[in-house]
Design a protein around this ligand. Structure first.
Ligand SMILES: NC(=O)c1ccc[n+]([C@@H]2O[C@H](COP(=O)([O-])OP(=O)(O)OC[C@H]3O[C@@H](n4cnc5c(N)ncnc54)[C@H](O)[C@@H]3O)[C@@H](O)[C@H]2O)c1
Length: 314
């Protein structure tokens, strides 16, 4: 692979474990210096531990690059500004930003607490925005940057995770918007939805949740296939982490505003949402849409082949 990212500097959040760690090492393997940012929290975001970030730093250094640890909370606006500054002061620049830190607080919406909602938004959506916000100042000045955000297939609809699905959907929209704002400055912004065996995806709680959703018929065939790929023995994130290094490289200079799926077995690209079908009218001369007309035209002209993902049950 040589030194494709030789001389580049990366800030990776969530780099102490799982996918973030695999990405930090994949970047280091092709020559990037890495600021390893991780608070070392439990799956639900509680607690803190410097050990995971320290371990990743020593593994990066063994690959011959510079690496340093940063133990702050991505949801803290001021702390993330310092994180970006630490990348610049340690390595001279911030060329690559990978937002991978994440937590889970699953519950059905009717049981979810306000705190479970707020905390998941704070870590995923605000955390991603925080880092992008501060990094874009430096990236705009240097007219170069590669931002890779971590979303999830849950963004297209899931069960038991309204907080997470909404945050990951927000990250997709944020990615589309940053790509359009920053492209002119030589900064790309893409997202990937991983499928990997980590503590977030495999465990007794996750097994039970999956079982319940399958029994209720609430998981689409495609989503189920993705979840099976995520949980398969050997679905470790190091197999697809080089894809993130590719997005961070010069070869991907014109890849901007894309959302990918990445696993050991699959690399895919999502389509950008478009209006599939529509009917229009001359609003200058016509009356407001009327309900009787909509009752006929919506099913006949718009919802052709449509299937309700969760029809009412007795
Ligand atoms: N594992 C999968 O299949 C899968 C699927 C879809 C999306 N994801 C996403 O991938 C990302 C990584 O997940 P993972 O599976 O590697 O989980 P993980 O729990 O192994 O790693 C997440 C890391 O993020 C860190 N972190 C959490 N909150 C933080 C905060 N506020 N500040 C700083 N660091 C924090 C944790 O300490 C942990 O080391 C997450 O954003 C997750 O939503 C994972």
């Amino acid at each position: 692979m040589g030194e494709r990212l030789g001389g580049r500097s990366a800030l990776v959040t969530g780099a102490g474990r799982g996918i973030g760690k695999a990405v930090a090492l994949a970047l280091a393997r092709v020559g990037a210096n890495v600021l390893v940012c991780d608070l070392g929290v439990a799956m639900d975001g509680t607690g803190s531990d410097q050990g995971p970030a320290d371990d990743t730093v020593s593994e990066c250094r063994k690959l011959g690059v510079k690496a340093a640890a940063y133990y702050a909370d991505v949801s803290d606006f001021k702390a993330t500004e310092q994180m970006v500054k630490a990348c610049v002061s340690n390595f001279g620049r911030i060329d690559i930003l990978c937002n991978i830190a994440g937590i889970l607080r699953p519950k059905m919406i009717f049981n979810m607490s306000e705190e479970d909602w707020d905390r998941v938004q704070a870590v995923h959506l605000k955390g991603t925005w925080n880092l992008c916000r501060h990094a874009c100042v430096a990236m705009r000045q240097q007219r170069y940057g590669r931002i890779v955000n971590c979303t999830s297939e849950a963004y297209a609809g899931t069960v038991g995770h309204t907080n997470y699905a909404a945050a990951k959907g927000g990250i997709v929209s944020l990615t589309y918007a940053i790509a359009r704002e920053m492209g002119r400055y030589g900064v790309t912004c893409n997202a990937f939805a991983p499928r990997a065996r980590t503590r977030l995806s495999v465990g007794d709680d996750q097994d039970q949740g999956l079982q319940k959703r399958m029994e209720a018929g609430l998981i689409s065939e495609e989503r189920l296939q993705g979840m099976e790929e995520t949980r398969r023995e050997g679905a470790d994130p190091e197999h697809f982490a080089p894809f993130v290094a590719y997005l961070a490289s010069d070869a991907a200079a014109d890849v901007n505003g894309c959302v990918f799926v990445a696993s050991r077995a699959t690399i895919g690209v999502w389509n950008h949402p478009t209006i599939m079908r529509k009917f229009t009218r001359d609003w200058e001369i016509e009356e407001p849409w009327n309900i009787a007309e909509l009752e006929k035209r919506v099913p006949a002209e718009l919802l052709v082949d449509y299937v309700n993902p969760a029809p009412a049950k007795d």
